[in-house]
Design a binder for this molecule. Sequence first.
Ligand code: SF4
Length: 316
Amino acid sequence: MKKTALLLFSGGLDSILAAEILRKEKIKVALVCCKSFFFDCQSAQRSARRLKLKLKVIALSKEHLGTVKRPKYGRGQGMNPCIDCHILMIKKAKEILEREKLDFLATGEVLGERPFSQNRKIFQLAEKETELESLILRPLSAKLLPLTIPEKRRWVKRENLFGFQGKSRKPQMVLAKKMKLKKFPTPAGGCILTDPEYSKRLRELFKKAPECDGNDCQILRKGRIFWLATQSFGRVRQNRFLIIVGRNEKENKQIHQLAGKKKKDLILEPQNFPGPTVLIRGFGKEIKKEKVLEATALLLNYSKKIPEKIIIEVKK
Ligand code: SF4
C-alpha cells in the first residue's frame, strides 16, 4: 500500500523539491504549513495549488508568541527563535501525523543552509524533543544524514535522494530545472522576525510591555513608532504608552483595523487638514490628557498645510 508523508511546507523551492522527490518515489504527499502573528501561509498556498496538493494550515499564534518571548534555544540575528520555532512546528505536525495515522514526516531542510538552525546537532535535537527519531526524512540532504525508517524499510530509495549541503542554492536550481519546475518563489523573506528594523521594535515592546499580545506585535509593523516618557519627580519612569503614526493612507487604514476593542487605545484623526492617523496605546495605565497632547504634537509634526484653527477627532 502507498505510504503517506506529511511534509512541512513553506512553499519555497526546497519544500517544493522535497514534495516532488517524494512523489517520484511513489509516496503520497500531504502538506502542512504553520502560520503565526509573524508569518503566514500565502506562499505555501500558492505553491500547493500549483502542485495540486492539499495543504493543511496550523495556526500557532499564542504558543508561538510564547516561544518568541522566551526561546529555550536562543535567537538568530533578529528576534527569530528558529530552533524553538521549528521544534514547535514539528510537534504540531506530529499531532496530525498521529491523528491521521500517516507514515512519516518530511521537511525540505538542507544541511548547513542556515547554520544556526539547520545543522546535524539541531536536526537530532528536534527529533529527540518531538520523539520522532528516525521518522523525519529530509530528502534534499538525506544522503548525508543517518538512515531513517522510510529508507530502512525501502518506502523510499536512499539512492534516489540527495546530499545537498550549504548555503548555495545552485544544486536546487539544477534539480528544479531537471524536474521541469518553472515557477517557484525566490528565497524567503516570509518571516518578519528576521527583519532587523522590526526586531528592534519587538525587542523594545517585550522590554516595555512583557504582557503584550499578538495584536501588539502586529501593530508594530505599521507606521512610525514612539514610546512616550513619563516624568516623575525629575526621574524618567519606564513609560508604557506606545504611539503609532501612520506613514500613508494604507497604514492609516491598517492602524484603524488593528486598534483593539479590548485595548486601551485612542485614535487621533485630523479633520480639516491632511495628516496621519495616530494611535495611542496605553499598557496598564489610562491615557491622560497630557499624553493626548504629546501625540497631537507628533501628528502635527507629520502633517502638511496645517490651518490656524485645527480640528482633530479623538476617538476610542
Ligand atoms: S525564520 Fe521565522 S518562521 Fe522560519 S524558523 Fe525562524 S522563526 Fe520560524
